[in-house]
Write a protein that binds this ligand. Structure first.
Ligand code: GDP
Ligand code: GDP
Length: 435
């Protein structure tokens, strides 16, 4: 399970700067769901070789009037979900009442916390850092997030406190294809989970171990084992809480990471929204097999259906390998058909691919359409072998492979997808130059 690191601190101390530096990305997932008063950003980062989820809470303000309750609540949820908290303060601004209030909040939570004294550039550290020691919270690390100074030292220390990389209990007891049901709040995830488990042909076993709030449910359908990763956590809670509260991006990202196949649920009555696209992006980035479920298809007028279909056609081109199902979790329509796509995606994602076969496809692809010249020399692609499963990784060896242009990579991807009849899974092509 990916560990979670939360960045907290009042606005303007440098959280986003540090976040961007660590994730090296601008396309972070942003939680701006209705009901959330302030944005929270989520991204994956690799820290000293460990993959983690980074959360920029952005949310604890302060100032004279104190911490805004609703905002603080969102940040506190992020802290609750975190394994480690980085509490940022601003050396130039000095210690403020808001910092003290945040420190107060953190003290009652006993999470491993590091105090990051940012913007230490251009100030005298001896003088500037002194007041922050008064906070009495965590080890103190001076940094300059804009230039990265001190960041490595900080992260080398942070990584020591990350939880062990041990496989979670749940993974060991998972008996079948791991299916994660994900989607933004209110799209019908809980309804779908209930529907999937409530089918006549389904035998649900005792709940195995749970991780965070996701619940792993083993069951059999037509004598085939499956494990459902239920991010909505409905099976555990007696009364269904507010969707916004039960929804968590951390949970979602972890479920995606741990799944074999992701079923992304979209609310057809609302059409495709940006958050659906962001979630889809995360699934692809994680390399997970994907099945798209357009839920609440019941009760939609014909012209509305046509509109949604056109939208899908237009905006989902980049995931044209994924099956799309139009379902009603509420009535059960189309739900059983999801399994065909789940099975096919899983098979494709985990197929054993022989070096021979992959190399023959490569040679064919190259003969059909040669790679371009670079400085007068043609890029040579010699042979290919499998480099991993779920997603399938195809490693191609050759010369000047670092110059293979993006369009040619897409061509190879497409050729492999077709030749191997891969369905429902992203494919990763990697290159190695040399023998
Ligand atoms: P956030 O509101 O906590 O996310 O803060 P930002 O990351 O948006 O940073 C606020 C401002 O402080 C921006 O103008 C940053 O460029 C600047 N900043 C961030 N880190 C540093 C630093 O280490 N030194 C200096 N001088 N400025 C910084
Ligand atoms: P979650 O937040 O994604 O778990 O969403 P829920 O399963 O709690 O569903 C949110 C709301 O949408 C509930 O009122 C459901 O009854 C409703 N809903 C779920 N699936 C369907 C469906 O297929 N059709 C219709 N019309 N409503 C649905």
């Amino acid at each position: 399970m990916l560990p979670v690191i939360a960045l907290v601190g009042r606005p303007n101390v440098g959280k986003s700067t540090l976040f961007n530096r660590l994730t090296k990305s601008r396309d972070a997932l942003v939680a701006n769901y209705a009901g959330l008063t302030r944005d929270r950003k989520y991204g994956e980062a690799e820290i000293e070789g460990r993959k983690v989820i980074l959360v920029d809470t952005g949310g604890i303000s302060g100032g004279e009037e104190g911490i805004d309750a609703a905002m603080a609540q969102q940040s506190l949820q992020a802290i609750e979900e975190a394994d480690i908290v980085l509490f940022l303060v601003d050396c130039r601004a000095g210690l403020t009442p808001a910092d003290q209030m945040i420190a107060e909040q953190l003290r009652t939570r006993s999470k491993p916390t590091f105090l990051v004294a940012n913007k230490v550039d251009g100030v005298n550290p001896d003088i500037a850092l002194a007041p922050f020691y008064e906070l009495g919270i965590g080890e103190l690390f001076p940094t300059t997030a804009t230039h990265g100074r001190g960041v490595r030292t900080l992260m080398q220390r942070v990584v020591e406190d990350l939880p062990e990389q041990a496989e979670p209990e749940a993974v060991e007891v998972a008996t079948g294809i791991k299916i994660a049901i994900v989607g933004r709040p209110n799209v019908g995830k809980s309804t779908l989970v209930n529907r999937l488990l409530g089918e006549d042909r389904v035998v649900v076993y005792d709940q195995p171990g749970t991780t965070r709030d996701s619940v792993y449910i083993n069951y059999e359908r037509d004598e085939k084992p499956y494990t459902l990763i239920d991010t909505a956590g409905i099976r555990r809670r007696k009364n269904i809480v507010e969707s916004v509260e039960k929804f968590s991006i951390v949970k979602t990202l972890q479920a995606v990471e741990d799944a074999n196949v992701v079923v992304l649920v979209i609310d057809a009555s609302e059409g495709l929204v940006d958050q659906d696209m962001h979630l889809m992006g995360s699934v692809i980035q994680a390399g997970r097999a994907l099945v798209v479920a357009l839920n609440k298809w019941d009760g939609l007028e014909d012209d509305h259906r046509q509109f949604v279909k056109a939208e899908l056609e237009r905006r989902l081109r980049f995931v044209d390998f994924a099956d799309i199902h139009f379902i009603s979790a509420l009535h059960g329509t189309g739900v059983g058909n999801l399994y065909q796509s789940i099975e096919a995606a899983y098979q494709s994602a985990t197929d054993k691919l022989s070096t021979n076969h992959l190399t023959r496809i490569l040679q064919w692809a190259v003969s059909e359409h040669q790679p371009p010249l670079v400085h007068g020399h043609r890029i040579k692609l010699r042979y290919a072998h499998a480099g991993g499963q779920n997603p399938p990784v195809i490693v191609i060896h050759g010369n000047q492979t670092e110059h293979v242009p993006a369009h040619y990579v897409r061509y190879l991807e497409k050729t492999y997808r077709k030749a191997l009849d891969l369905h429902g899974t992203p494919v990763k092509i990697e290159f190695r130059t040399g023998a």
